[in-house]
Structure formats: C-alpha cells, structure tokens
Design a protein around this ligand. Structure first.
Ligand SMILES: Nc1ncnc2c1ncn2[C@@H]1O[C@H](COP(=O)(O)OP(=O)(O)OP(=O)(O)O)[C@@H](O)[C@H]1O
Ligand SMILES: [Mg+2]
Length: 251
C-alpha cells in the first residue's frame, strides 16, 4: 500500500479505541443507574442519541477498515452459525435506529420468535429452519457489512415493508433484500454502485447517507468471488440479490 494510504488507514484505525471508550462510558451511564445516579427523561434521550451516533461512527470506521482489508485480498473465514450471522447483522442495524427492537432481537430464543419481532417492524424474514441452524465457513465481517448496507437502504427507502430472504442453492449462499419503496429507474442501475452517487442528494430522509454503501457492497461481493444483482424499476420497489460461493472447509 502507498505510504499516504497507510497513514490514513492508521488514523482511521486509531479512532477505534477512543470511540470504544465513549461508547462504554455512555452505556454505563445509561445502564448502571445505581452507580452513577438516576437520569431525567431528557438526559436519557440525549445520551441515547449520542450513543446511537457514536455507533454510527464505529460502524463507519469498521466498514472502512474491512473494505481496505478486502482490497488487500484478506479474507477471514470462520465456521459460523447462520442464525448468529443474521442476528448479529440485525442487532447492529437496529442498534442504530431503535434500541428497544435491537434488545428484543438479542433475546430471541428461536427463529419463530425472531420472525415475530421483525414482523412487528415491517421486516419479513424468510429462511428455512434447517439453514438457520447450519454452520458454514463464512467471512462474518464482510457479510455483515453487506447485509447492513442493503438492509439500511431498504429500511430507509421502503414505504412499509422489507423482505430478507436467505437460501442455500448449488453450493452458494443467496441473500435477497427487497423493499416496497420508490425503486430505482433502470437508467441509474449502474450509477448507484459508484461512490458518492445519490439519487436524492438533498436528503429528504431523516438519516442522510454518503453514497458509499453500495460501492462498498460491490467491492466486498467481488472480493468474495460472488455476484450482486439489482431488480428494480421506478415506483416498483427494489430487490438486491447477493450470491456468494460457499467454502467446504477453512482455507
Ligand atoms: N432500496 C433502495 N431503494 C431506492 N433507492 C435506493 C435503494 N438503495 C439505494 N438507493 C439509491 O442509491 C443511492 C446509493 O446508495 P448507497 O447505499 O451507496 O448510499 P446512501 O445510502 O445514500 O449513503 P450511505 O450508504 O453511504 O450511508 C442512494 O442514495 C439511493 O438514491
Ligand atoms: Mg446506503
């Protein structure tokens, strides 16, 4: 890697520790009331907002490091339960938008319960019980990053509903993230995967993005030897499909 890039990556890397300290501090203030004293409703609201935004920065820092690692060709495959992967990705997403839901997801005992909690939030999870319980060799950080970005977009642009479908077919793991929002006209199907491209840069949505998510997803899918497909048209919602080849053993 070039020298400038390395020092930039180091700078990003060095943000991790102070961010973790900030996160732990706020979490303590919110969670250990007996030790730190009670909070007024307003104080708690401010702290929750601060915590959410700290986690947004943490996610950006981790994503940027993971993306760089991918570009350097680093894959980190471990044996992982599919349920842990999906639950982990969903917790990370809801941590940023809705603390109560992320807590509910964390304590789900089984797939049926998880489907129920998600359904309350307009997210329909479609996966077989057998795949849910399977252990596969996967690159957890990369797949979580892909799912987080696709689901965040779907939640941001949906009218009311998001579908997450997970399947195993012919030695590949397939993810589909579908929403019922305004969709993407075919003239933009290539452009949305370019860095900094946004169809609505003025940001009428409450959470403004950077136009980096899909460009990152594309890089990650490519480096895992997978395929990314988009089916969408104006007014008809959007479906992003990811196909990742599965490894039989740890390389
Ligand atoms: N599910 C979707 N429905 C409609 N438009 C979408 C959808 N997903 C992405 N887009 C369009 O593609 C653009 C690029 O998406 P991308 O995820 O790269 O950036 P972002 O969500 O705007 O910001 P970031 O992900 O960096 O926070 C979006 O700004 C939006 O215009
Ligand atoms: Mg995005």
């Amino acid at each position: 890697m070039e020298r400038e890039k390395i020092s930039f990556q180091l700078l990003i890397h060095d943000l991790k520790v102070p961010l973790a300290v900030i996160e732990a501090g706020i979490t303590s203030l919110l969670g250990k009331l007996d030790r730190y004293g009670p909070l007024t409703e307003k104080q708690e609201k401010v702290l929750r907002r601060t915590l959410r935004n700290t986690r947004v920065i943490q996610a950006l820092v981790n994503d940027s490091l993971e993306l760089q690692r991918s570009k350097e060709g680093v894959v980190n495959v471990t044996l992982l339960r599919v349920s842990d992967l999906i639950e982990g990705a969903l917790v990370e997403i809801f941590d940023l938008v809705d603390h109560q839901t992320s807590e509910k997801i964390r304590v789900c005992a089984d797939l049926q319960q998880m489907k129920g909690v998600l359904h309350e939030n307009g997210v329909i999870l479609m996966i077989d019980e057998s795949l849910w319980c399977r252990e596969l060799f996967l690159d957890e950080a990369k797949i979580k990053q892909i799912l987080r970005n696709l689901l965040n977009n779907a939640l941001k642009y949906r009218k009311s509903k998001v579908e997450l479908r997970v399947e195993e077919r012919q030695g590949c793991l397939l993810f589909s993230v579908k929403d019922d929002g305004e969709g993407i006209p075919s003239t933009h199907h290539k452009k949305i995967f370019e860095s900094y491209f946004q169809m609505d840069p003025t940001g009428t949505y409450s959470v403004r993005g950077h136009g980096l998510g899909l460009a990152g997803v594309m890089v990650l899918v490519e480096y895992m030897g997978g395929e990314l497909r988009l089916e969408s048209d104006q007014g008809k919602g959007a479906e992003f499909m990811v196909k990742l080849p599965l490894k039989a053993t740890n390389p």
